[in-house]
Design a protein around this ligand. Structure first.
Ligand code: BES
Ligand code: MN
Ligand code: ZN
Length: 513
């Protein structure tokens, strides 16, 4: 992983492979690029010509733009990397944390294979320092576990494809407690997002319910969490018909993992439930080719929950956080659930399975009911639940639904505060009728139109009476099939981790529920 430190060293004498500076978009209509705060010493060493040089090289300061140029004479580092920050803040106002996070991420990504870089970005306050730390560690992320170049550090160095080795954040106040705390928080959050990304990117022949549960047990031991794993026998004994019904087509049986972080100072208890389909083939309602190549990402909700519980422990938050990972592999076989089968769920309700590809709601139903039994102050589930939500909101925004308008709003706000794009969606009562079943209490399918909301309404039936609940459908942003951007790589993104951590912090402060 990338080493991170804060420093007040003079930039010219710094032994590094590159110096990163920020460039803002100038005022329109014809303003050229503007060197951002933090890079004053670098700009001065170019005798005031840095902005002009950048303009000559075609830089505009647009978000994510990376321009490389030789460092000024007298600098120990050979290279300056100018990264676009987009339009700057109003005069006298601070940079938006997410703009800093993205720029730091884009620069770190452009420095893949490099040993050491110094970042001279605007660190006006502790929040800015935390955002830059987060962005650097997220942008430096490389997934090469299955590549020749990822075999060991030597192979990585030889291929020049490893993550940026060391990042020094210049400026700021390294001895200021607030700065240090913000950077430590950023490092913990980014580290846990990268943990989620690793799990999402791991191929489904190696990541399956039992192996995921083992990884969780190992991390639990490391971070002092309590962990319980229900295997297929325990699930059958307990009556977890949803998780079993989805998992029974696979040769690799399902698991329900409960991870608990507890604090002696906790006044609130937050429960998190994650969809953990380690591979979604669709089951007997098999997905066609073209729709199954990325379905290893269908455990991204469980990965986010896992990462958030560990983050709460690393940050020592004064709140109890319980994570429920609903793990199953959705496969077709002679033992698989058939369209037409009726499952008896953990809550006691019966579900007619009309489409085995609507499996996420089945495993979550058991997880939500299990979580509700402990009477937490709130339950939040996270799931790559529906293609309908991807159609509605695109690939970068997740949906927030729930049974309490104020709580749903608070979750949306927590997402925005942490730099994640989210939008609130309704649970229209009239859509419940579409899930009426002639045989069972409810069917796992309803009207096609508004499919993301139908799924939300299904989940609502399995939330305990009086339990405050929100549902995040991250099917769009969980996995980036397009080009990398900002601090987001191709593949697993770590969507929802920051929002969940923020919720845990708010709950700890008594500002959530
Ligand atoms: N895992 C999928 C949803 C999904 C789609 C996630 C695209 C990520 C990207 C889910 O299990 C699914 O198959 N949903 C169906 C539900 C339908 C059968 C009611 C869907 O959205 O088509
Ligand atoms: Mn499915
Ligand atoms: Zn699925």
């Amino acid at each position: 992983m990338t080493d991170l430190s804060l420093s007040t060293a003079a930039v010219a004498g710094l032994r590094a492979d590159a110096i990163v500076v920020g460039v803002a978009k100038g005022a329109q209509p014809d303003g050229g690029p503007v060197v951002a705060a933090g890079a004053e010493a670098v700009a001065a060493a170019y005798d005031g010509s840095l902005a002009g040089l950048l303009e000559t090289l075609g830089a505009s300061g647009a978000e994510g733009e990376v321009t490389k140029l030789p460092a000024p004479s007298g600098f120990k580092a050979p290279l300056v990397v100018a990264v676009g920050l987009g339009a700057g803040p109003e005069k006298g106002e601070a940079w938006d944390a997410e703009a800093l996070r993205r720029a730091a991420g884009a620069a770190a990504r452009a420095l893949t294979g490099v040993r050491k870089a110094a970042f001279a970005l605007p660190l006006e306050d502790a929040e800015a320092a935390g955002a830059v730390a987060e962005g650097v560690l997220l942008g430096a992320y490389v997934y090469d576990a299955y590549k020749e170049s990822g075999k060991d550090e030597k192979a990585r160095a030889k291929a020049g494809k490893g993550p940026l080795g060391e990042a020094v954040l210049l400026g700021g106040k390294p001895r200021d407690r607030a700065f240090k705390a913000a950077v430590d928080r950023g490092a913990a959050v980014a580290g846990e997002m990268n943990r989620a990304r690793d799990l999402i990117n791991m191929p489904p022949n190696d990541l399956f319910p039992a192996s995921f549960a083992e990884i969780a047990q190992k991390a639990a031991k490391e971070h002092g969490l309590k962990v319980t794993v229900l295997d297929e026998k325990a699930l059958a004994k307990g009556g977890y018909g949803g998780i079993l019904g989805v998992g029974n087509g696979s040769t690799r049986p399902p698991r329900l993992v409960k991870l608990s972080y507890t604090s002696s100072k906790a006044k609130k208890h937050l429960a998190l439930v994650g969809k953990g389909i380690t591979y979604d083939s669709g089951g007997i309602s098999l997905k066609p080719a073209g729709h199954n190549e990325t379905m290893k990402c269908d455990m991204a909700g469980a990965a986010a929950v896992f990462a958030a519980v560990v983050a709460a422990a690393r940050l020592g938050l004064d709140v109890d956080v319980t994570g429920w990972l609903c793990l199953a592999e959705n496969m077709p076989s002679g033992s698989a659930t058939r369209p037409g089968d009726v499952l008896r769920m953990y809550s006691g309700k019966t579900v007619e399975v009309l489409n085995t590809d609507a499996e996420g709601r089945l495993v979550l139903a058991d997880g939500l009911w299990a979580a509700s039994q402990e009477k937490p102050d709130a339950v939040v589930d996270v799931a790559t639940l529906t293609g309908a939500m991807v159609l509605a909101l695109g690939s970068r925004t997740f949906a927030v639904m729930g049974n309490d308008d104020a709580f749903r709003g608070a979750v949306h706000e927590a997402a925005e505060e942490s730099g994640e794009d989210a939008w609130q969606m309704p649970l229209p009562e009239h859509l419940r009728a579409g899930m009426e079943s002639a045989t069972a209490d409810i069917a796992n399918m309803g009207e096609r139109m508004g499919g993301g909301l139908v799924a939300g309404l299904f989940l609502r039936e399995f939330v305990g009476e009086g339990t405050t609940w929100a549902h995040l459908d991250i099917a769009g942003p969980a996995f980036n099939e397009g080009k990398p951007f900002g601090y987001t790589p191709k593949g697993g993104t770590g969507s929802a981790v920051r929002t969940l951590v923020r919720l845990a912090e708010l709950a700890a402060a008594g500002d959530l529920v």
